[in-house]
Design a protein around this ligand. Structure first.
Ligand SMILES: [Fe+2]
Ligand SMILES: [Fe+2]
Length: 443
């Protein structure tokens, strides 16, 4: 599918570039390493990309077969409201993930892994740019009183701790997080974008194909190092162990599930968006498909682990051994079931949706005692993460919910209070990211 490229008006383009100089200082490094690591790909472009050839007709929902909307004013008011929320949340994830990756990018032990994450970050910047393009290229006044410049300002002012979704408010503890995040969280992004390809709002639908192409690379930036690490772990020369990977999976899986929205099996979350033609799966349907895909990813990693641990076995025998370990959950031929990676129960360590602030264990066991539950969950999380404000907030909230001092509703709404929340551009000369020509510093 061919695509057309567009640049933002100078004010907004400059605001994004200004944000990049503060929040993504490693960006210029990408141009320097591009030819070495991506010799077959054209140079990176910080621009909006719009797919050509997308159908003019609505694909799902009550209005299927009717023309797609090309401006917010043409949308059903409820659809327009949900769509604006989708675009803002998407923008928040794009800029938020760059802030997370930045913290540990330099701890990569392999130059290729680092270059791949750097490219992921640049592409997230482009995705954020794309969302700003959507917010500033048409008139949103029928949907919101907020001016375009203020919407952009709000997005660029978010920091780790003040983003829309919890997955983007967690600090990375090591480069393991950069990789596991790409494998787990970018994969949710892939599901969101794929669902929204059908969007009844044409400019959004046409934004999805180029983003999805890039998202495929982000998944590889997660899975390829994970494969190498699992094989190294089996050979005993691992710097990253299976235990470390297992714990990182436990850190991210619940946050990934929560990105789908209300996933309680009887809540039918997301049904309105399907009916209004904004996406083609409910929250739980999409999440089920996601869980199946992540299960397959871990199966693949485990099979590679078994093969590397027992190079004397044929491929078929190694696959059979892997199946036996999964079935019996014991130990055989020098490998234990507990050496392999597995997903936690969906209700483990949840703060929204299915299982929120209930006391479920890693394998779906139920706890009666809150302190035993907290100790169990903590023992499954990475050591560095366990000591964070995020985990402490979860534990304290769980205690208060179980003691009936806090309602579930308030618990779900409460956020860990981080020191760095919101805030203007750190430049001493300006207080806004979006600066009018006339009001530009020094002008
Ligand atoms: Fe993205
Ligand atoms: Fe991504």
């Amino acid at each position: 599918m061919s695509e057309t490229r567009a640049e933002l008006p100078k004010t907004y383009h400059d605001a994004v570039v200004h944000w990049q100089t503060h929040e993504f200082p490693d960006y210029p490094m990408l141009a320097r390493v591009w030819d070495r690591f991506f010799p077959r790909d054209g140079p990176f472009c910080l621009c909006a990309k719009v797919a050509d050839g997308v159908s003019d007709l609505i694909e799902v929902g009550d209005l299927v077969g009717r023309p797609r909307a090309t401006t917010p004013a043409e949308l059903d008011p409820k659809a327009a409201h949900i769509l604006l929320g989708q675009i803002r949340a998407q923008a928040s994830t794009e800029f938020g993930s760059i802030q997370q990756h930045t913290g540990t990018l330099h701890r990569a032990s392999d130059p290729q892994d680092q270059a791949w994450v750097l490219r992921v970050m640049a592409e997230e910047l482009r995705h954020g740019y794309q969302m700003i393009h959507l917010l500033t290229s048409v008139d949103w006044s029928p949907v919101t009183d907020q001016k375009p410049a203020d919407m952009v300002e709000e997005i660029l002012s978010m920091t780790t701790g003040s983003h829309v979704l919890a997955a983007f408010n967690l600090e990375f503890d090591s480069f393991t997080d950069n990789v596991v995040f790409a494998a787990f969280i970018d994969r949710v992004g892939k599901y969101q974008l794929t669902m929204q390809k059908v969007s009844t709002y044409r400019p959004y639908a046409t934004s999805m194909p180029p983003m999805l192409k890039e998202e495929a690379f982000h998944l590889a930036a997660g899975v390829v190092p994970l494969r190498r690490w699992a094989e190294a772990a089996a050979r005993g020369d691992a710097l990253v162990t299976m235990d470390a990977l297992q714990k990182a999976c436990a850190k991210w899986f619940g946050r990934a599930l929560e990105m789908f929205g209300d996933d309680r099996p009887d809540a039918n979350g997301g049904a309105d968006s399907v009916r209004l033609g904004l996406k083609d799966m409910t929250n739980r349907q999409a999440q089920d498909a996601y869980v199946a895909e992540v299960t397959q990813m871990l199966d693949d990693l485990n099979e590679r682990y078994v093969r590397a641990k027992r190079p004397d076995l044929s491929r078929d025998d190694a696959a059979a051994l892997h199946e036996r370990l999964k079935r019996d959950r014991g130990a055989a031929d020098g490998i234990a079931y507990d050496d392999l990676l597995r997903l936690p129960d969906r209700r483990f360590f949840r703060r929204r949706g299915d299982g929120a602030f209930e006391m479920w264990g890693f394998d779906g066991e139920r706890f009666d005692d809150v302190e035993r539950c907290i100790a169990h969950v903590a023992s499954r999380l990475p050591e560095a993460y366990r000591a964070s404000v995020d985990v402490r907030h979860w534990a304290e909230t769980l205690r208060r919910v179980r003691a009936k001092e806090l309602s579930l509703k308030d618990a779900i709404k409460s956020q860990p209070r981080l020191a760095r929340v919101g805030g203007p551009c750190p430049c001493s000369r300006s207080v806004r990211w979006v600066v009018d020509e006339a009001g530009a510093p020094g002008a």
